[in-house]
Design a protein. Structure first.
Length: 177
């Protein structure tokens, strides 16, 4: 049985607000992929919720609207891989959690033999480093199957509004469906 066919995943998909956040998160990432291709080196970020997403960066509303439209069309055409982004917070949270757990386990002296604190510190650093190496593919997996959706379904864009987030230029993208 694959993950997508599991009862846990299917029930996870049936929570309406969570499914919307995942679709919006996927569209946010797809939009960032499109913008990064068009404007290499430009600093951009985003975050999603059940009403849409925020796109932070020095971009015009026309540039954002064009990228959102392209991203949504490409996802609807089957480019579900656009929903996964290497700089997603999911990847950072996964890495931090895995490294923290590995380091804590070492410092608590979990293992076949007791070590003094200095020995455990070196072990903690080593285990945290190993955890960070494995965290990259794990984070992408968590992103793909839990925090984003590459299938937008009936998702459509209702409004794109320019705004400020503190001193940063931003756009609020509102979706429905």
């Amino acid at each position: 049985m694959t993950l997508l066919n599991s009862a846990a995943y299917q029930s996870f998909e049936k929570i309406p607000w969570l499914a919307r956040v995942r679709r919006n998160h996927g569209l946010e990432h797809a939009t960032l992929h499109v913008l990064a291709k068009r404007y290499p080196g430009k600093n951009m970020a985003g975050h999603s919720d059940n009403k849409g997403f925020w796109l932070i960066g020095d971009l015009s509303t026309e540039e954002v609207a064009s990228a959102v439209d392209e991203a949504l069309q490409r996802m609807q055409a089957g480019e579900s891989n656009l929903a996964v982004h290497p700089n997603c917070g999911t990847n950072f949270a996964t890495a931090g959690t895995m490294a923290g757990v590995a380091g804590a386990a070492a410092m608590l002296g979990v293992g076949p033999r007791k070590r003094d604190k200095l020995d455990r510190l070196a072990l903690a650093a080593s285990l945290a480093t190993i955890a960070l190496i494995f965290a990259q593919p794990v984070g992408l997996f968590v992103q793909k199957y839990f925090t984003t959706s590459g299938v937008p379904g009936e998702l459509n864009v209702v409004e794109i509004t320019p705004t400020q987030r503190g001193k940063l230029k931003a756009h609020r993208v509102i979706t429905q469906g």
